[in-house]
Design a protein around this ligand. Sequence first.
Ligand code: PRE
Length: 97
Amino acid sequence: MDKSEAKKILNETREQIDILDKKILKLICERTLLGKKIAKAKMILGMDIEDPIREKEIENKARKIARKNKINEKKITKIVKILTEMNREEQKKVMGR
Ligand SMILES: O=C(O)C(=O)C[C@]1(C(=O)O)C=C[C@@H](O)C=C1
């Protein structure tokens, strides 16, 4: 591979990353905003915002996918923890907490 080819690959790959980033961020927003619906249901059910058992289920699924794809499980777990924290924050807005 010469420099010209390398530059082309770099630019093309960056474009691919930009497209994926946009999709990932859209999905993160969608996932977070579902907290509003969950909060309304939990208010009727008298449930707490935080559900550790459910969070562990989510974490375990994420770890399984990380292992299957040979990517860092600890990092994926951190990402999932952030996602659930964002969802909890959305719930708190609805529940006035
Ligand atoms: O499923 C729920 O009970 C939620 O509140 C959603 C969610 C999540 O982000 O997936 C958020 C907080 C809970 O601790 C568990 C999971």
